[in-house]
Design a protein around this ligand. Structure first.
Ligand code: ZN
Length: 161
C-alpha cells in the first residue's frame, strides 16, 4: 500500500536498462547513434497526473510510438529496475550517479533537450547498474522497484497512447 502511494506522487525517477545487443539507429534530433551492449541509467521526471507510475508504465510498454529519445532504447533493451524519488530532481540524481561510480555520457544531449545543466540524462555504467541504483538510493533516498512489482502483465496492456 505504501509503495502504491509513493508511485502516484510526482517526482524524479531513474531506470536501469540493459542492452544485450548493440543499438544503432536514428534517435530524433540526435541523428544516428550507436550504443554498445551494456548497462545504462536514464534519469527522468514525472510531474503530470498519474505521477511516476504512469511514466514508468510508459517506459515499460512494448507497443509504444517512439516519442522521447529513451523510447528507442527501452524498446531495444530491457528495463531491469527503477528508483523512484518523490520530489526529487533528475539532474541532481544524474550528478550523484556520476560521482558514485565510473559512468560516462554515451551520447551528448540524450534525454536532456530541456535541460541546461546536464550533458545528458542518460549514462552508460561500467559495472552493474542495479548496484549503482542501490548506492544512489542510499545517498539520494527514494525507493527501488523491480519491474514485475509494477507491471506483471506489460505486454497485455491495451494500446492507448
Ligand atoms: Zn538535467
Amino acid at each position: 500500500m505504501q509503495e502504491d502511494r509513493l508511485l502516484k506522487l510526482p517526482g524524479a525517477y531513474v531506470i536501469a536498462i540493459e542492452l544485450n545487443e548493440e543499438f544503432v539507429g536514428r534517435v530524433g534530433s540526435l541523428g544516428q547513434i550507436c550504443l554498445k551492449p551494456g548497462q545504462y541509467l536514464y534519469f527522468g521526471n514525472a510531474r503530470g497526473p498519474g505521477g511516476i507510475r504512469a511514466r514508468i508504465k510508459r517506459h515499460l510498454r512494448v507497443d509504444k510510438k517512439t516519442h522521447w529519445h529513451i523510447d528507442r532504447v527501452t524498446l531495444a533493451g530491457q528495463v531491469v529496475e527503477f528508483l523512484v524519488v518523490p520530489d526529487g530532481c533528475e539532474c541532481s540524481l544524474r550528478e550523484k550517479a556520476m560521482a558514485l561510480t565510473k559512468s560516462v555520457v554515451p551520447v551528448l544531449g540524450f534525454g536532456s533537450s530541456d535541460c541546461r545543466l546536464c550533458p545528458a540524462h542518460f549514462l552508460a555504467v561500467s559495472g552493474n547498474s542495479v548496484s549503482l541504483l542501490r548506492k544512489l538510493a542510499e545517498t539520494a533516498g527514494g525507493k527501488i522497484y523491480s519491474v514485475p512489482s509494477l507491471l506483471p502483465t506489460t505486454a497485455a496492456q491495451p494500446s492507448t497512447v
